[in-house]
Design a protein around this ligand. Sequence first.
Ligand SMILES: NC(=O)c1ccc[n+]([C@@H]2O[C@H](COP(=O)([O-])OP(=O)(O)OC[C@H]3O[C@@H](n4cnc5c(N)ncnc54)[C@H](O)[C@@H]3O)[C@@H](O)[C@H]2O)c1
Length: 437
Amino acid sequence: MRRPASLTPPKGKLGVLTPGMGAVSTTLMAGVELIRKGESVPVGSLTQMGTIRLGKRTENRVPNIHDFVPLAKLNDIVFGGWDIYPDTAYQSAAKAGVLDAKDLAKAEKFLKTIRPMKAAFDQTYVKNLQGPNVKKGKTKFDLAEQIREDIREFKKKNKVDRLVMLWCGSTEVFLKSEDIHGDLDAFEKAMKTNHPAIAPSMLYAYAAISEGVPYANGAPNLSVDFPALEDYAKAKNVPIAGKDFKTGQTLMKTVLAPAFKARMLGLAGWFSTNILGNRDGEVLDDPGSFKTKEESKLGALEYILQPKVYPDLYGKFTHKVRINYYPPRGDNKEGWDNIDIFGWLGYPMQIKVDFLCRDSILAAPIALDLVLFLDLAKRAGMRGIQEWLSFYFKSPMCAPQLYPEHDLFIQLMKLKNTLRWMMGEELITHLGAEYYD
Ligand SMILES: NC(=O)c1ccc[n+]([C@@H]2O[C@H](COP(=O)([O-])OP(=O)(O)OC[C@H]3O[C@@H](n4cnc5c(N)ncnc54)[C@H](O)[C@@H]3O)[C@@H](O)[C@H]2O)c1
């Protein structure tokens, strides 16, 4: 990929469309509104709070990321979305129970203005949900055409200049990439014949790319992660990214596992369990949707620890992940990890992590950063898979000949170096030999 020759400035409004207006989506919307009103601070968002070092350490050039790269301003964001329930963003946020009454009241007027468009939905792919706000169409292709029409309508009605789409919908059942996902022709034919391997999230992704709209997938289902749509995104000059927001337990995993490997400490086993009681938890109670999430959560350790390269340290570890739907906790997930490691002469040790987190409070700033960076990538002429955004994902998409990079700190370095590269600044290698000449 060539360095962008120029970067179009973020003029006008940016539309942010989320298929799925549940806990994550409405926490993002409410949060952006509270921050715009000066009522809160964008904690957790790298684009809003992060800085980036430029040049030598002696130069003292450390601008804020949002001053260094031309990002859209929060005031220029307009939200929209689709959901199978007709609830406004306010009703949905109230049901999700993430925000307290005080914060919800401050965002009430704004959230009430956001009504979901009719969803492209099929219960075959999300067993535990059923709702009335759904589109009708003879074929999956018809539904994708209707989503395209929604996008154009939204753009016209809200006078937005650019758009980004972010899948905040439920986790769909586990599907594997098959022949019909191999190229665009086969995929379009399969949509027209209602092939079972095409899930609704793929229709949104196809519609977004067709309309030239960058697309990111916050859930672990395939959605845009297969050759037909990857090639299509390239052909249409559309950036895409995924999958599955890296928020709680996997965030911790991709911090701790690189530390063990850095110190050459062995791993005998890693047992992860979760309880959560939100709608996401209810969806994941179905074995099909859980399988999709499980696959996404299991990948990180294998890739970070490289058992084949380090058979003595990581050749035989056991990795288990469990998620239990437990309504009393709502969105406040508890994730426990028991980690059995071993050190010098094979002596065993244990680490216990108990993360009492708030799922959507961790996900919302990630969603915001993804929206702003994808819009930046589009204006920079970048297209196809944006691997530099792996930082945000549990199961990062990457070129077929590569393995995904899971180590959070390598991901962060890649992200920041990509920003430096975009802006024609020197990349940072951390060598620093020149300070000792
Ligand atoms: N919160 C986190 O920390 C986190 C982390 C990683 C991934 N995720 C994933 O992000 C997604 C959203 O999470 P959430 O907590 O907001 O879930 P949620 O259940 O509160 O919201 C999802 C919404 O999507 C809607 N939906 C389902 N299928 C749809 C379709 N085809 N079209 C339109 N709407 C549809 C549902 O009706 C629901 O309102 C889930 O897939 C979840 O697994 C969340």
